[in-house]
Design a binder for this molecule. Structure first.
Ligand SMILES: [Zn+2]
Length: 455
């Protein structure tokens, strides 16, 4: 199922997932969009999913959006048959969208024959807790709802052929935004839930059901904490639970702690320490299981996360940056443009010429027409073409430009991870690779190398 192929220094790893006859090599990003809960552009994620499938990028889905709520709940997700494979359903849906004309004229599908990608189901449980708490459910009521939810969640994952499920938790929100602040009942529920370790109890219940149920997916334990230290402690606690129960999770899903990066010198130090918070605990136990960085895999964070030993990662940022712009040929154009991620490495792992904007999302008009990227969608749609499509009066061409920008950012997240392990065979090699990267990474990597030499 899961195999560690190579380990560099005290962190970076190359691994192999193999599940349901599909394989996946890490380090790897997951493509994510809130299928079920978003607006019209989510439908185009489906229309153009061949762009993702052809690149063998795994996909993360969200249980809450697929089955419950969302800002713009779409009805079509309800049409999935009770035992239908999730990707087959999406591909069927894609045909419906294409018949509706939700695709650019003359678009030629990217070839995606071969294995289907690994699909991961995340809970979206923060939203589930909020919805239940806002309805006025007591703590006891909420706990009993979640106990029932374990079955529904596992059955959903199993019947739709998900490969990996992140185990349910109460995803205790650390900061309250907008309307949540105005809801004292919600805040009170969260505060209460935080006092006792309800999350670990829920993990025990899930682990028991999982080992009794003969499920075919891998179950990852979510690891939360207020601080990086608390994440280490919670990881230890999960290992103790497993020893007691005589059964194990398939891997771990690392979430962002409340303290954020404020107690660290730089974001790189923070994300490195965050990755190490789990990996060093596992190393002490000679435990090689995979760690997925849940929602923390923005392009900037990948180098520290992968060097710390995080195997896969996802982030909402590529989707948001690509989708946030409006259409310049519309009369109500707001002036906001989608943003294109300026890459640092080519697909073969060689660095781009240094730039102050490296790994920043830059407004589309601010990228030069001659900018070249060798990822598959950019090769077919060079910058000049992306801009032309973006300015088209045909809204499907406008959406296509956004999808190219989105998949480009995901592929850069993949290239960064693979370049890093490719150049990690020796300290000298890693040093010379980082010479080509923006100075902040070079300085950070040098500190990490120094640490590992001193150890
Ligand atoms: Zn590209």
């Amino acid at each position: 199922m899961f195999q560690l192929n190579k380990k560099y220094f005290d962190g970076a790893r190359e691994c192999n997932f193999s599940i349901h006859g599909k394989t996946l090599e890490t380090p790897i990003p997951f493509a994510i969009s809130n299928i079920g809960g978003g607006a019209g552009s989510i439908d185009r994620f489906v229309s153009y999913i061949d762009m993702i499938l052809s690149q063998r990028i795994p996909i993360l889905f969200n249980f809450y959006y697929l089955t419950r709520g969302g800002t713009f709940k779409v009805d079509w997700v309800k049409r999935i048959a009770s035992d239908e494979d999730m990707l087959d359903f999406i591909l069927k849906q894609r045909e419906i969208f294409r018949k509706k004309g939700w695709i650019a004229d003359g678009y030629k599908e990217f070839d995606f024959t071969g294995d289907k990608p690994i699909i991961l189901l995340d809970t979206g449980s923060g939203n589930i807790v909020r919805d239940l708490a806002v309805q006025g459910l007591t703590i006891e009521g909420l706990i009993s709802e979640f106990d029932k939810l374990i079955d529904e969640y596992f059955m959903f994952g199993e019947s739709h052929n998900f490969d990996i499920l992140v185990s349910l938790d109460y995803a205790l929100k650390q900061t309250f935004r907008g309307k949540e602040k105005e809801n004292p009942r919600y805040i009170e529920t969260i505060e209460k839930l935080r006092k006792v370790n309800y999350n670990l109890n829920l993990l025990v219940k899930s682990l028991r059901k999982y080992s009794d149920g003969n499920f075919s997916f891998m179950l990852f334990a979510p690891v939360h904490g207020a601080t990086v230290k608390e994440i280490s402690r919670n990881c230890e606690a999960i290992l103790e639970i497993e020893a007691k129960e005589g059964t194990k999770f398939g891997g771990f899903a690392l979430a962002l702690p409340e303290e954020g990066q404020r107690n660290y010198d730089s974001p790189e130090e923070f994300f490195y320490n965050l990755g190490r918070s789990i990996r060093s605990v596992l190393d002490r136990h000679h435990d090689n299981r995979p760690v997925h960085g849940l929602g923390i895999g923005a392009a900037d964070n990948i180098i520290p996360l992968v060097l710390a030993g995080v195997d896969s990662y996802d982030s909402n940022t590529p989707w948001r940056r690509a989708m946030d712009g409006s259409n310049p040929s519309n009369s109500d154009f707001s002036g906001s443009y989608s943003k294109f991620l300026l890459p640092i490495v080519h697909e073969d792992g060689t660095p781009y010429p240094k730039s102050d904007d490296a790994l920043k999302y830059v407004r589309l008009p601010d990228i030069t027409d001659s900018f070249e990227c060798d990822c598959a969608p950019c090769k077919r749609y060079p910058m000049k073409t992306i801009k032309k499509l973006y300015h088209s009066i045909d809204k499907e061409e406008f959406y296509l430009a956004k999808m190219v920008m989105y998949v480009h950012a995901i592929l850069q997240a993949k290239s960064i991870g693979s370049a890093l392990v490719k150049h990690s065979n020796s300290i000298e090699e890693l040093e010379s690779f980082t010479e080509g990267l923006p100075p902040k990474y070079r300085a950070f990597v040098n500190r990490i190398l120094l640490q590992s030499q001193l150890m």
